[in-house]
Design a protein around this ligand. Structure first.
Ligand code: ZN
Length: 270
């Protein structure tokens, strides 16, 4: 069975991450990408790689940490990104609901795009009521050359298309399971399969079934089930397609099972 990749999970913020990772393995999750938020947390983010050989990291500066930025952070980040399990820069972006001066947020986001181009790694993008400006800055700064994922995507089909045009994917998380999700299910149905990757964002964005509790890594399966039902895919197909997309964006080797699946389907199509 092809395994799922959780493309956005804050393992450093979970109480018993080793146990929770095991629990997630039992429902078919095989790899995890842990984004950074603030420079003070980077060492904990990097330390999560010791929990499992398939844990990858994406250190970066979230807009909420933009107010405390120091130049030394950029050098530190550049050094962390040389780690063999560092696959992206995240999470970075803009957030209109934060009490952090807009200009500082933009400066840091631009610095993150430039760094991504320098080290040739994709970006994990966080946006709240800022997607238009984020797209402008990505375009202006050449963000399309590195690509990445718009994490916790919940926008319109039109926005999804603009994101895809810039070479970015849509991170599908707990929001897709919410009874109140209006346009997202439609977007998930309509976009090309190549645009979709899965994420939990645990401990945040808990799926509908467990609302009121912290989100867990194993709940990725609930998100996968919802995507499967919207797309009319089997669970195996959902895992296969989203894992292939995640491996492409992060430059990860395809899991053995997927390698075989791919060979089989290549042969079948000949
Ligand atoms: Zn997050």
């Amino acid at each position: 069975m092809t395994r799922y990749i959780d493309t956005h999970i804050h393992l450093d913020l979970l109480a018993e991450p080793a146990l929770l990772v095991q629990e997630a393995e039992q429902v078919g999750v095989g790899a995890w990408v842990v984004p950074g938020v603030a420079p003070e947390q980077w060492s904990e983010v990097m330390a999560t790689t010791a929990l499992h050989e398939q844990i990858y990291v994406a250190p970066g500066i979230h807009p909420q940490a933009a107010g405390n930025f120091q130049k030394a952070h950029l050098d530190k980040l550049r050094q962390l990104l040389t780690h063999e399990r560092a696959v992206a820069i995240g999470e970075v972006g803009l957030d209109r609901q934060l009490d952090v001066p807009w200009q500082q947020q933009e400066e840091i986001f631009i610095a993150m795009i430039r760094l991504a181009r320098e080290v040739e790694k994709p970006l994990l993008v966080h946006t709240r009521r800022s997607t238009g400006r984020i797209l402008e800055l990505l375009q202006r700064e050449g963000g399309d050359q590195v690509g990445g994922i718009f994490h916790a995507f919940s926008g319109s089909l039109e926005t999804a298309r603009k994101i895809m045009d810039l070479g970015f994917l849509l991170g599908v998380g707990g929001v897709v399971t919410l009874r109140t999700a209006r346009r997202l299910p439609e977007v998930i149905r309509e976009v090309p399969a190549e645009a979709l990757v899965l994420e939990t964002d645990a401990p945040y964005l808990t799926p509908e079934q467990h609302r009121g509790q912290p989100n867990r890594p194993a709940y990725l399966e609930l998100i996968a089930r919802q995507v499967a039902s919207l797309r009319d895919w089997t669970l195996a197909e959902t895992a296969q397609r989203t894992t292939l997309n995640a491996c492409r964006v992060f430059g990860l080797p395809l899991p053995d099972t997927l390698q075989k699946d791919k060979e089989t389907s290549d042969n079948e199509s000949e």
